[in-house]
Design a protein around this ligand. Structure first.
Ligand code: ZN
Length: 485
């Protein structure tokens, strides 16, 4: 028991010793704290650089540095460097604001400081202007964009966002990236002198009336040597079968400027030879509307009597077209009657008539190797079937004469088309018609067999009565009728 007590006493005295020591230490610490406090000692963060910094997008970020120290006054300026922990991160691949927190512990407290880091795109996009090798802008079209590219370090391809402004002497290209950095590029536009228009052919053209006029055109070359000829427009036109003076104005405009040049075209009459009246009593046998199935027979009869006649041909029976060639080779005159013999088509307009006429000319050319200047109007120049188009025959006679074509009518109608259906009737009409006349142009149709059959008797009668049979020529009597329309 006593031992226990002793022990207890011993224990009690040890404990009080420890307590004393603890109290002493506490006192010491308190004194130190008081001393430090009195010293004004505190923790100070030292950041290298500003507490708010901006880092370019995409660049590596290196913390510029920081430290934490304790500093005081009373016991000198000695510093105690404290370990610092950094929390937070900066991702320079993502634009934004980041916060770094620096923390240190001192005594019983925790101290921290912050740094704000802005990751920002500070680099403007780049605009690349492309050029096309050898390209020269032309005056008509103006500058045609050769191409451009816009690239941004952050946003990538910005080509589609480029704003392009065409000014008088240059083009400005602008683009901004998503951070508002703007790029500007500029392309200087070369000035292009307006084209010169150079007339091909004469400035004052005098040409013979014909069915076709081919405009020789102009050449247009701008100051950069670009050929703009196909951009030229022509004002005015030439009706090549109508006599007169025409003006053609060639113009080229690019919207802002117009250049032009003018040509005068004079359509002159193609002179026809004066009519020569034969001295002897003459009958001109003429056959319309062929060739046809009886033309061969007719040519046989004419050859038999060595009589030359005139054929006003059509394109109505193409299977007998070669009879035209035969007639021509046998010395007969080939002239145009019509291709279609369709009154309502050919007399509907001058152009219709000319189209038909020219097509018939092609048949003549095919069979004879040349065109003819001689023709006969379907229905004759006195026809009234064309009255649906008032004045058409009057106009056609003038324009055809202008072009050097001579039309022929007839004095004696054999009546084989209307009224007479017999050979005897045709013979009677022709012989009675020619009787008492010095010159007779006779109308027959070689597409009528009874009319062809009358030819031999007419020749015999004519020869017996002192007539000469001839083919019409360009200067032969024209037998013109009185024009009724
Ligand atoms: Zn006819």
């Amino acid at each position: 028991m006593a031992r226990r007590k002793e022990k207890k006493g011993k224990k009690k005295s040890g404990r009080s010793w420890k307590l004393t020591l603890l109290l002493f230490l506490l006192l010491l610490l308190a004194s130190a704290a008081v001393l430090f406090t009195m010293d004004g000692r505190h923790v100070q963060f030292r950041l290298v650089g500003s507490s708010e910094i901006t880092v370019p997008y995409g660049e590596d970020f290196v913390d510029p540095g920081r430290s934490a120290v304790t500093v005081g006054r009373l016991f000198g300026t000695g510093v105690l460097v404290l370990p610092v922990e950094t929390s937070g991160y900066v991702n320079t691949k993502v634009i934004g604001t980041y916060e770094l927190t620096y923390t240190t512990e001192f005594l019983f407290d925790s101290y921290s400081a912050k740094r704000i880091v802005h990751v920002a795109d500070l680099t403007p996009p780049t605009i690349t202007l492309q050029t096309v090798n050898g390209y020269q802008p032309d005056w008509f079209t103006g500058y045609e964009e050769e191409g451009f590219l816009a690239w941004d370090n952050c946003d990538g391809d910005l080509t589609a966002q480029v704003e392009r402004e065409v000014l008088e002497d240059r083009i400005e290209y602008r683009v901004s990236d998503s951070s508002g950095n703007e790029a500007v590029a500029e392309r200087t536009l070369p000035a292009v002198a307006p084209p010169e228009l150079t007339l091909l052919g004469e400035e004052y053209m005098v040409i013979s009336a014909s069915m076709e006029f081919e405009d020789p055109g102009v050449i247009a070359v701008d100051g950069k040597g670009n050929d703009l000829s196909d951009k030229v427009t022509v004002e005015g036109s030439v009706t090549p079968y109508k006599l007169g003076e025409y003006e053609l104005t060639y113009s080229l405009s690019n919207g802002a400027e117009t250049v032009s040049v003018t040509r005068t075209v004079v359509i002159e009459r193609v002179e026809l030879p004066a009519v020569v009246q034969p001295d002897e009593k003459t009958i001109y046998l003429t056959f319309d509307d062929g060739p046809g199935p009886y033309t061969g027979d007719l040519l046989d009869i004419l050859a038999n009597y060595d009589v030359k006649a005139t054929f006003f041909v059509t394109g109505l029976n193409p299977e007998y077209e070669d009879m035209i060639g035969r007639a021509y080779r046998e010395g007969h005159t080939i002239a145009v009657h019509t291709l279609s013999h369709n009154y309502y088509a050919i007399y509907a307009s001058e152009q219709n008539y000319l189209d038909d006429f020219y097509a018939a000319q092609e048949i003549v050319y095919r069979q004879t190797g040349s065109y003819t200047r001689m023709f006969r109007f379907p229905g004759g120049s006195s026809n009234t079937v064309s009255n649906f188009n008032p004045g058409i025959i009057s106009r056609l006679t003038v324009l055809m004469n202008n072009m050097g074509y001579q039309y022929f009518d007839w004095h004696i109608d054999s009546g084989d088309a209307v009224g007479t259906r017999t050979t005897a009737g045709v013979v009677a009409n022709v012989t009675s018609g020619c009787t008492g006349r010095k010159i007779s142009v006779v109308l027959q149709h070689d597409v009528k067999d009874y009319s062809v059959a009358a030819v031999e008797q007419i020749i015999i009668w004519g020869r017996q009565n002192g007539y000469t049979f001839r083919a019409l020529e360009l200067d032969s009597p024209t037998a013109h009728h009185r024009i009724a329309n």
